[in-house]
Write a protein that binds this ligand. Structure first.
Ligand SMILES: [Zn+2]
Ligand SMILES: [Zn+2]
Length: 259
């Protein structure tokens, strides 16, 4: 499984962009940075977008991607997948014919550019040869993480934004009975000294992240860190290093990782 990092930051600054991960070629996890990072051909190969939650930094490339598809008159459509609360918010607050045109009815409601597909937590869905399960995490709005397995049996966990939680880790333990998950993209947003703010806003710092890992029966083979605030990365990176977990990698935008 190839993971191309289009964005992996918890704030936007030059060279630091909101989260989006392209899995192989067709599946996107979150859509914080898409159209500014992928050329038109690559954009046209996207078939599904899995959204973790409706915060703007995770959805804000959806409007420009829909617009590009319409301009290009590309034949294929994109399916946006999420729990119903997330899709409701997308429809009411973004694709609402005020902030942006409703691309779920453009060019017409029978063959729209974007389709929304609601999924339930804890249920397995087979999409384009991938098996995908969503499970609840603890954030300031309804939010999920995803467990994705490809046809070769490789497995990836993506937490999206989360504070200390339990459901997602339990789901990983029950899904991965005898083996460790191959890769895990886990958020760490704040440094240790900002623990109160992290918990209040539904995020992790290195110490809280370490406590979350203890909830897993087996450590993932590779652990990728996403969503740090770049303003604090000089503090967060040494704090993560001091945990002495050898499989931790700080994700870099524009890079592709293999699991
Ligand atoms: Zn968020
Ligand atoms: Zn975020």
């Amino acid at each position: 499984m190839k993971i191309k990092v289009l964005g992996c930051s918890g704030s936007e600054l030059p060279d630091f962009h909101p989260p989006a991960f392209l899995i192989d070629e067709g599946i996107l996890l979150d859509a914080g940075t898409v159209t500014a990072a992928l050329d038109e051909d690559s954009q046209s190969r996207i078939t599904h977008i899995f959204i973790t939650h409706p915060h703007l930094d995770h959805i804000r490339s959806i409007p420009s991607l829909a617009d590009n598809m319409l301009v290009k008159n590309w034949k294929h459509k994109i399916v946006i997948i999420g729990i119903k609360e997330v899709l409701k918010s997308l429809k009411e607050n973004l694709l609402n014919n005020s902030i942006w045109p409703d691309f779920t009815a453009i060019p017409d409601s029978k063959e729209p550019v974007l389709r929304l597909k609601a999924i339930e937590t804890g249920k397995r869905y087979n999409i384009n040869g991938y098996s995908i399960i969503a499970e609840k995490v603890k954030h300031s709005v309804p939010a999920v993480g995803y467990i994705i397995k490809d046809s070769k049996g490789k497995s990836l966990l993506y937490t999206g934004d989360t504070g200390p939680s339990s459901d997602l880790w339990k789901r990983v333990n029950s899904e991965m009975k005898n083996t460790a998950i191959d890769g895990a993209i886990i958020e760490v947003t704040f440094p240790n000294r900002m623990k109160e703010l992290a918990i209040k806003t539904g995020h992790l710092n290195p110490a809280l992240f370490f406590d979350e890992l203890k909830k897993l029966k087996r450590l993932p083979q590779k652990i990728f860190i996403t969503h740090p605030k770049p303003q604090f990365s000089k503090i967060i990176i040494p704090e993560l290093r001091s945990l002495k977990i050898k499989q931790i990698t700080m994700l870099k935008e524009g890079k592709t990782y293999n699991i």
